[in-house]
Design a protein around this ligand. Structure first.
Ligand SMILES: CC(C)(COP(=O)(O)OP(=O)(O)OC[C@H]1O[C@@H](n2cnc3c(N)ncnc32)[C@H](O)[C@@H]1OP(=O)(O)O)[C@@H](O)C(=O)NCCC(=O)NCCS
Length: 196
């Protein structure tokens, strides 16, 4: 992770933002940013069923920071099984989202930088494919297409034309069919405080 982020930081050394690993101190700012960018219905999405109660895939929770270190963008990726292949073997993959950038920084390349850093880090970590639900007009520039996910389904309502996939390893999703299910580490629940 450090090597990938160092190279990303170097690339953006003269920019108004940097890409960094998310840390515990970023959570409140990230959630506020997502509320502003995606609105109150964001937790009702089918993707949320995959994310709920799980932690992101190792090393794949990234933020963009402005020069003062404030969170201005976020992206996270989650471990999933993307259906099964022709032999009936589950296919390990990642689900990307949500991706969001603070409105005052939109159009400055922050979203693209987050996407490219996430894709590079996922590939470096040996992942084979990334899926997401989003606007094809935005995500096709990064190599995401609906054809790769055409026989897969989300666990809930989704628009087929917005269900996109990118292979990090060629042929990874060959024959992939079935439902996306979460496979990431379960979030440890907060300790229950008992009255004395
Ligand atoms: C979508 C989003 C992440 C893009 O971030 P960003 O930092 O503005 O993106 P970039 O600067 O890297 O790219 C800007 C380009 O993407 C285009 N773009 C942005 N959103 C787009 C969309 N939904 N569909 C098609 N193109 C889009 C812009 O028109 C611009 O095009 P240009 O390069 O030809 O001028 C950001 O607008 C955002 O947070 N939106 C609200 C939340 C959201 O919709 N998240 C994505 C869920 S699908």
């Amino acid at each position: 992770m450090a090597a990938v982020l160092d190279s990303v930081r170097a690339f953006f050394a003269h920019s108004v933002f940097t890409i960094d690993a998310e840390n515990a101190g970023d959570v409140v700012a990230r959630e506020n940013l997502l509320d502003r960018a995606m609105g109150p219905n964001r937790r009702r999405k089918s993707s949320e069923k995959i994310r709920r109660g799980r932690v992101p895939a190792e090393g794949l929770a990234l933020v963009a920071r402005d020069r003062d270190g404030h969170v201005i963008g976020t992206v996270r990726l989650w471990s999933i099984e993307a259906g099964v292949n022709a032999d009936g073997t589950p296919i390990n993959a990642l689900l990307l989202g949500p991706l969001a950038v603070d409105a005052s920084f939109e159009g400055k390349g922050v979203g693209s930088a987050l996407m490219r850093a996430a894709m590079l880090e996922a590939k470096t970590r040996g992942h084979g494919a990334i899926l997401l639900v989003g606007d094809a007009a935005y995500y096709e520039r990064f190599g995401f297409f609906a054809t790769k996910a055409q026989h897969l389904v989300m666990p809930g309502p989704f628009e087929r034309s917005r269900f996109l996939a990118l292979e990090l390893v060629e042929g990874w999703l060959d024959g992939a069919a079935g439902m996306i299910v979460p496979s990431g580490r379960v979030l440890a629940s907060a300790p229950v405080r008992r009255a004395a």
